[in-house]
Ligand binder design. Structure first.
Ligand code: HEM
Length: 456
């Protein structure tokens, strides 16, 4: 796969495999638009924190780089670190930002400049975080420590449901905001918020960062590249149009949604497999793990088992009750997360881009973000807050570094820019319609391909 935008052939020539070897704190190279840079001495000085550069080392970070900085701004710094050119590519590559992409960035940046609103701060962020942590801790305490509740199983179940919902909200807010650096300008705050996901949810912030920031957000809906769409051959479900069809997929829409209840449990074990056995999340390679991340990873897993299972058993709850309450909370949080994720991208209406034979996606990256995404229910402030603003998914994909608390402000600008440039914007009026379109997608892809074509 050749990097077709390479013009400058000076310096050493690197294949992607050679670049991949420079993935350590004391030997860190990255590639941007076909040029390779030695950023080892910049890691500690990066205003966006060292963490993200340690994850970025050894790969082509073009799209992440262009997303998280003003177009062209840190290029001056990058130039100083130039060491050579990239001759092959591991994952698909995109054209230079189009006029649409530039106009989109400019319009939104201008909005924040004119209004003087801080894109990464608002009081509502901290109020929401406090409510989530409060509900999570309060629901847990009530279930196992309040005598009035302990004597009534139905009340414990209600608190298990609210615990599950709060855990999902932690994922949709603290974890998600931290992994996009969209709350404050302080990398330490992102580290701490991310770690609370490890401790309260038992799932890894680090694995999520790789999967989400370097995988799903860059290669949205691109088969074999978007780690959110990993499937086996054959798999339990058929979600990608280019996936081979098997008769087991007929009526998958009836049974697949039931499996979504196991998402949280699956992720907790999958984390260990990815970090310590496979060493990659689908195509996204894992770099050497720092002491901080090792401590948070294992500390989080151990703390999770202690607070959710061992403590309730030790203070006298029966094993069946602990299991029941654990399962209810986990199923609630898994469903909420799975359905809100699926309703954005795994739906029939959106596009499923594939690279050409040279690994090149023939579409501007920002445009691809819009056409691979479905938004919904912009009119409802309530839905926006309970889905962590994932209903503004197109806005989120182009501007992940801006706080979700501002999406309702910039949503109209994004929509208007799409209209101006004739970029199709997929939208459903309600959350229910968005979920329905996921179920419809499963039903259609479950049909024999000939029957699918007829039913369209
Ligand atoms: C290796 C090349 C990189 C260089 C030379 C670089 C340089 C810079 C510079 C100069 C800034 C401050 C000015 C600005 O905001 O534009 C900055 C901020 C930032 N960078 Fe990078 N960066 C690099 C890679 C990355 C990557 C790969 C990511 C994320 C995936 C990232 C995320 C951020 C974030 C989130 C901030 C803003 C921090 C804040 O909120 O104030 N950077 N970077």
């Amino acid at each position: 796969m050749r990097y077709t935008t390479i013009e400058n052939n000076s310096g050493k020539r690197f294949t992607w495999q050679e670049l991949a070897k420079h993935n350590k704190p004391n030997d860190a190279y990255v590639a941007v638009r076909g040029k390779v840079y030695d950023i080892t001495n910049f890691i500690e000085r990066h205003p966006g924190g060292d963490d993200i550069l340690l994850l970025a080392a050894g790969r082509d970070i073009t799209q992440a780089f262009e997303t998280y900085h003003e177009l062209g701004k840190p290029d001056v710094i990058l130039k100083k670190f130039f060491v050579g050119t990239l001759t092959t590519n591991e994952l698909p590559i995109f054209p230079e930002p189009s006029e649409f992409h530039r106009a989109m960035k400019k319009n939104v940046e201008e909005y924040f400049r004119k209004t003087e609103i801080d894109p990464k701060n608002s009081t509502s962020i901290w109020i929401r975080y406090a409510i989530i942590y409060g509900t999570l801790i309060g629901s847990y305490y009530a279930q196992f420590y309040l005598p009035y509740v302990i004597e009534r199983t139905w009340l414990q179940i209600i608190f298990a449901i609210s615990l599950g919902f709060a855990c999902a909200q932690l994922g949709l807010n603290q974890l998600h905001d931290a992994s996009h650096f969209s709350v404050t300008n302080d990398p330490f705050v992102w580290k701490i918020l991310g770690a609370t996901h490890d401790f309260f949810n038992g799932a890894s912030y680090l694995v999520w960062l790789y999967q989400h920031a370097f995988g799903h957000h860059i290669y949205t809906n691109i088969a074999e590249c978007d780690p959110d769409l990993v499937t086996n051959e054959p798999d339990i479900r058929r979600i990608k149009p280019n996936q081979r069809w098997y008769s087991r997929y007929i009526n998958q829409h009836l049974f697949v949604p039931m499996l979504y209840g196991f998402l949280a449990t699956k992720v907790r074990f999958q984390d260990i497999n990815i970090l310590y056995f496979i060493g990659s999340n689908d195509k996204i390679r894992i770099n050497p793990i720092t002491t901080w991340h090792t401590c948070v990873f294992w500390g989080g897993k151990v703390f999770f088992v202690i607070y959710r299972i061992l403590v309730p058993l030790m203070i006298g709850s029966s094993a069946w009750k602990v299991f029941l309450l654990f399962a209810i909370a986990d199923i609630v949080s898994s469903y909420w997360l799975a359905l809100t994720f699926q309703a954005n991208h795994v739906v029939d209406e959106v596009e499923w881009p594939l690279p050409d034979k040279d690994g090149f996606i023939q579409k501007d990256w920002a445009e691809m973000q819009v056409v691979t995404t479905q938004d919904y229910a912009h009119e409802s402030g309530f839905i926006t807050s309970i889905v962590g603003s994932l209903n503004y998914q197109a806005v989120h994909h182009i501007f992940p570094q801006i706080s979700q608390h501002h999406y309702h402000r910039i949503g109209p600008i994004v929509k208007e820019t799409c209209r101006e440039f004739g970029v199709r914007y997929y939208y459903k009026d309600t959350l229910w319609e968005a979920i329905e379109s996921h179920i419809k997608h499963l039903r259609l892809l479950g049909l024999k391909p000939e029957d699918h074509d007829k039913s369209e």
